[in-house]
Design a binder for this molecule. Structure first.
Ligand code: C2E
Ligand code: MG
Ligand code: MG
Ligand code: MG
Length: 287
């Protein structure tokens, strides 16, 4: 009967929850050992300037290949790490690796993702400066990617942090722009270098008028504030053309290159010109 069904559903739901919690704990446990087990690596995706179509930088993206269960997506494990101090351990590792690879590249910058908790960490500015100095890297070769969530919760403190970072010469990019709840008005308060248009809008461009309109307004907004605008998730020739016409300053996405291992990134960096063949990170998802 209905009552019994209700209980059954409730029990199933509980079991689902338990399963979920077990999974999270397993991921947490695995992650805490991932560095010493050598299971982490970075892949690098080029960022291309609209003018001249040169590779001006690379975004570093974290990969976790577990011994027991194969690769786990950062979209899964970063939010779990973000709930504890594990994110700091991972973040420090990512930054040190990123700075080390920069030494091998002629003139590009490295763009590093920082989660909200990393950004709000005590003495974030001092720590990042220390790492960069230790590595002997100019801050202008490091782009800090943060999301709207990181800066709009405590806007005054965030504005202060960004101002200091920018004074020191770091580049600041606002990632996944358009998906958060930033008021356009408040954007002015923050010392930024560029906006990264979220790939959901790029994806919708050819299909719905709204996406193209949103892309166009973000480009206008960026331009009127003197900011660069990077389109992420560019996959097709048609998108490239539309984004160039819209006046987007930088492009990034599978059309140019998937995120690739260091040896391939080194080749791309040295060539310093647009590659037109798609370099494949994972054969199983190749087109
Ligand atoms: P994100 O920073 O917005 O990175 C862009 C994501 O889109 C990456 O996924 C990238 O592989 C993917 N992508 C790039 N071009 C295309 C394209 O043309 N088409 C499609 N469909 N996807 C494309 P990934 O590497 O799985 O990373 C997911 C998210 O995990 C990142 O989003 C970022 O928020 C987070 N993340 C990755 N590495 C790190 C890290 O080192 N630290 C922190 N805090 N977060 C990271
Ligand atoms: Mg990013
Ligand atoms: Mg992004
Ligand atoms: Mg994104």
């Amino acid at each position: 009967d209905a009552k019994r069904d209700g209980r059954g559903v409730a029990r199933l739901f509980d079991e689902g929850m338990d399963e979920n919690i077990r999974l999270r704990r397993a991921i947490e446990g695995g992650l805490s050992l991932a560095i010493e087990k050598g299971e982490l690596s970075l892949v690098y995706q080029p960022i291309i300037a609209r003018e001249g179509l040169e590779v001006v930088g690379f975004e570093a993206l974290l990969r976790w290949n577990t011994e027991d269960h194969g690769p786990i997506s950062p979209a899964v494990f970063i939010p779990i790490a973000e709930e504890s101090n594990l994110i700091h351990e991972l973040g420090d590792w990512v930054l040190d690796q990123s700075l080390a690879v920069l030494q091998g590249w002629p003139g590009q910058y490295i763009s590093v993702n920082f989660s909200p908790r990393q950004f709000r960490r005590h003495n974030f500015v001092g720590r990042i400066m220390e790492s960069v100095q230790r590595a002997g890297i100019e801050p202008n070769r490091v782009q800090i990617e943060i999301t709207e969530t990181a800066i709009f919760d405590d806007a005054d403190r965030a504005a202060d942090t960004l101002y200091k970072l920018r004074q020191m010469g770091f580049r600041i990019a606002l990632d996944d722009f358009g998906t958060g709840y930033s008021s356009l008005y408040n954007i002015r308060k923050f010392a930024l270098d560029c906006l990264k248009i979220d790939r959901s809008f790029i994806d919708g461009m050819g299909r719905e008028r709204e996406s193209a309109a949103i892309v166009q307004s973000i480009v206008h907004l960026g331009r009127s504030l003197g900011l660069g605008v990077i389109a992420e998730g560019v996959e097709t020739e048609a998108q490239v053309q539309a984004l160039r016409v819209a006046g987007c300053s930088h492009l990034q996405g599978y059309y140019f290159s998937r995120p690739v291992a260091l040896e391939i990134a080194n080749e791309i960096a040295e060539r310093r010109y647009l590659i037109d063949e798609t370099v494949v990170e994972d054969e199983s998802v190749a087109k």
